[in-house]
Design a binder for this molecule. Structure first.
Ligand SMILES: Cc1cc2nc3c(=O)[nH]c(=O)nc-3n(C[C@H](O)[C@H](O)[C@H](O)COP(=O)(O)OP(=O)(O)OC[C@H]3O[C@@H](n4cnc5c(N)ncnc54)[C@H](O)[C@@H]3O)c2cc1C
Length: 383
């Protein structure tokens, strides 16, 4: 394995680091306090991302992006984005649209405007009775003429308040169930029968808010079915591997940021006549955190590299997501501890980093579900 980073990726990584420091970091406190990004700030973030050349970095060139489609460089760049708040980075790295499954009409109407930064979107799969087990979803879609009629409830859906449309998963063939019975639909805010319910206030991820969604005989034009009937779970499972690698990379970035803060503080703070860094107890905390972080990082890099060799990385993605988020939680906690009371205040970013990383151990598949995915792949058993 070659550990050398190609110069063009190194350059993009450094540009992203500068963009985070210059543009996103100063906005972190504003977003934490307002818990919302309004249209004006949205426009400004998009225009700054374009000015720095980091906008649509991962989008293929044919769709107007920079064409960084290999996973290893994506992981490296996403580590940089991990060192800021979730909602802010979501304005630069707005997920990966399923452009291959989209029709021309869908691309033109929804996905290309989203890639231009004019529209935002959400993904709605989780339900009150179906989280880890998405296949148990109760939301249904039945065909009536040229429309699909959706009924059901989704919850914990991120970013709906600032979105224009979303990809919603529903059971369109109950006889098939999760094996070919789930389809994906592009649902616009304002479509009849679609209501955004109450916000579900979470521990972190401020500004990237979660909501309940109600579909009550919601009428969705047939042309808004994404990727063909029954293809929903396949699409979701393909997308989720990339999403897990994204979470892993971002967790590494958050942990590295916290670790750097811990090291800097340990060099300046004196307690009982010596600097914290002179105390073996603190040195070992930082060294252990560094070793754990590097181990997790190698898992993410190896998984990314394998994907770029065309290998199936479902297991690697689960390992990386699990390990990077668990390690990041501990590293951030260590950095916060080294800062004492100052670490626990909202003046520093450590409390926010800790709140945010806690969520990453749950979303994109709880870490226990990742263990299930791995054991199922290894031994064919698990529940
Ligand atoms: C901040 C945040 C943002 C989110 N954004 C979105 C979004 O945009 N769109 C969306 O659709 N969903 C979203 N979710 C929902 C998220 O995907 C679910 O919370 C997650 O999949 C877990 O589902 P659940 O909450 O129903 O937990 P459950 O499925 O009820 O699981 C509860 C716990 O059981 C344990 N568990 C699960 N499976 C196993 C197993 N096989 N073996 C042992 N233990 C197990 C785990 O500890 C798990 O945390 C978001 C969640 C959060 C926290």
């Amino acid at each position: 394995m070659d550990f050398e980073i190609a110069p063009e990726y190194q350059e993009m990584r450094e540009t992203t680091r500068r963009f985070v420091a210059d543009v996103l970091r100063p906005a972190e406190k504003i977003v934490e306090e307002k818990q919302f990004i309004d249209k004006e700030m949205h426009r400004e973030l998009v225009s700054e991302a374009k000015r720095y050349g980091v906008w649509n970095a991962f989008v293929p060139e044919e769709w107007g992006g920079s064409g960084i489609t290999d996973l290893l460089p994506r992981t490296l760049i996403r580590e940089e984005l991990g060192a800021t708040s979730y909602v802010l980075r979501s304005y630069v790295d707005n997920g990966v649209f399923n452009l291959d499954d989209a029709t021309e009409y869908q691309r033109e109407k929804y996905f290309l405007p989203a890639l231009e930064g004019e529209k935002r979107s959400f993904v709605g799969i989780t339900e009150p009775g179906a989280g880890s087990d998405n296949g148990a979803m109760k939301t249904t879609a039945r065909k009536e003429g040229d429309e699909w009629i959706l009924n059901g409830t989704k919850h914990f859906i991120s970013g709906v308040d600032t979105s224009d449309f979303g990809i919603v998963y529903a059971m369109s063939d109950t006889t098939k169930g999760k094996h070919g019975g789930i389809s994906a639909f592009i649902v616009e805010k304002g479509m009849p029968g679609f209501t955004v319910g109450p916000r579900q206030v979470m521990m972190g991820h401020r500004g990237f808010n979660q909501s309940v969604l109600y579909f009550d005989d919601c009428r969705v034009p047939a042309e808004n079915m994404l990727g063909g009937s029954g293809g929903g779970l396949r699409q979701f499972l393909t997308m989720i591997v990339g999403a897990r690698m994204k979470v892993a990379a971002e967790a590494l970035g958050a942990a590295q940021y916290a670790w750097d803060l811990g090291v800097a503080y340990a060099h300046q703070r004196e307690v009982l006549g010596t600097r914290l860094i002179d105390k073996q107890g603190i040195q070992w905390m930082l060294v252990d955190a560094m070793i754990a972080l590097q181990g997790a990082r190698l898992l993410a890099y190896e998984g990314s590299w394998k994907a770029d060799q065309g290998k199936d990385i479902r297991v690697e993605a689960s390992m990386a997501k699990l390990q990077c988020t668990e390690v990041a939680f501990k590293v951030i906690d260590t950095a916060l501890q080294i800062h004492g009371g100052a670490g626990y205040t909202e003046d520093l970013p450590l409390a926010r980093l800790l709140r945010d990383i806690r969520g990453a151990r749950i979303y994109e598949g709880a870490n226990e579900l990742q263990r299930y995915v791995i054991s199922k792949a290894l031994w064919g058993v698990g529940q």
